[in-house]
Design a protein around this ligand. Structure first.
Ligand code: HEC
Ligand code: HEC
Ligand code: HEC
Ligand code: HEC
Length: 128
């Protein structure tokens, strides 16, 4: 094996390793939003191609959605992707101004309205 071939093999192996490590952390398998707190759903499941969506929308920072708050302030550069939204936001519809459904709609629809991009109609997110 020539020196050059060896270098090429080493480089390819390196890339494969880096890719394997990175894909371990990415969420290629998240294609819907299915919070476990919703036991019986009134609407069809929301389609959400996690990685594809975030790439198309140019969202590189995970904490745009998976945020962390302390004393009412959002903490920069800290994220909560290991925690389901419902672990912090309760389902409770009554007196709680930010029920789980509301926070999902605020976050998803809120950004689409602000950016004037992405769906805002019920049936675009909850397709029949
Ligand atoms: C546009 C909002 C948004 C952005 C940006 C985002 N995510 Fe997510 N992510 C979600 C939603 C919504 C879910 C699905 C939650 C559910 O179904 O419970 C999710 C699910 C996940 C899960 C799976 C959690 C589980 O319980 O299975 C991981 C891990 C994750 N995201 C990591 C990341 C990482 C890492 C980044 C940054 C590179 C990121 N996310 C950026 C919205 C986002
Ligand atoms: C680790 C706990 C935690 C997790 C996980 C979490 N949040 Fe929050 N979120 C908070 C706190 C605390 C606030 C501050 C307002 C409050 O006290 O309700 C907040 C505020 C919000 C707000 C209103 C302010 C804003 O940023 O627009 C929305 C919308 C929201 N969360 C959506 C979500 C969604 C959607 C998810 C899942 C992708 C999520 N949150 C995950 C704790 C959390
Ligand atoms: C911070 C901004 C932001 C947030 C938060 C966000 N989106 Fe989006 N979304 C966008 C933008 C921008 C586009 C248009 C991207 C493009 O140009 O294709 C989009 C497009 C979409 C599309 C159509 C394209 C596709 O990927 O199928 C769907 C569906 C969608 N969003 C669902 C959601 C859901 C569900 C959530 C909440 C879990 C969410 N989005 C949260 C910015 C956001
Ligand atoms: C931008 C995307 C988006 C739009 C637009 C949207 N939703 Fe949702 N909605 C969500 C997400 C994400 C969830 C959380 C789904 C989950 O975890 O299963 C949700 C949850 C819900 C739930 C609670 C779960 C269930 O099925 O019972 C209801 C009810 C609901 N939406 C109704 C509506 C109605 C009515 C409209 C139109 C006025 C609407 N949504 C528009 C994204 C959207």
């Amino acid at each position: 094996m020539g020196k050059r071939t060896l270098i090429i093999y080493v480089v390819i192996t390196l890339f494969v390793c880096i890719f394997a490590v990175m894909s371990g952390y990415s969420q290629e398998d998240v294609t819907t939003v299915e919070d476990s707190a919703f036991e019986e759903k009134m609407r069809p499941t929301v389609q959400f191609l996690h990685d594809e969506h975030n790439e198309a929308a140019g969202l590189e920072e995970c904490d745009v959605c998976h945020h962390v708050y302390k004393d009412g302030e959002k903490i920069e550069d800290e994220s909560s992707e290991e925690t389901e939204c419902s672990e912090c936001h309760t389902l409770n519809k009554g007196d709680n101004p930010l029920s789980l459904v509301k926070v999902y709609h605020l976050q998803c629809k809120g950004c689409h309205q602000k950016e004037k991009a992405g769906p805002i109609m019920c049936s675009e997110c909850h397709p029949r």
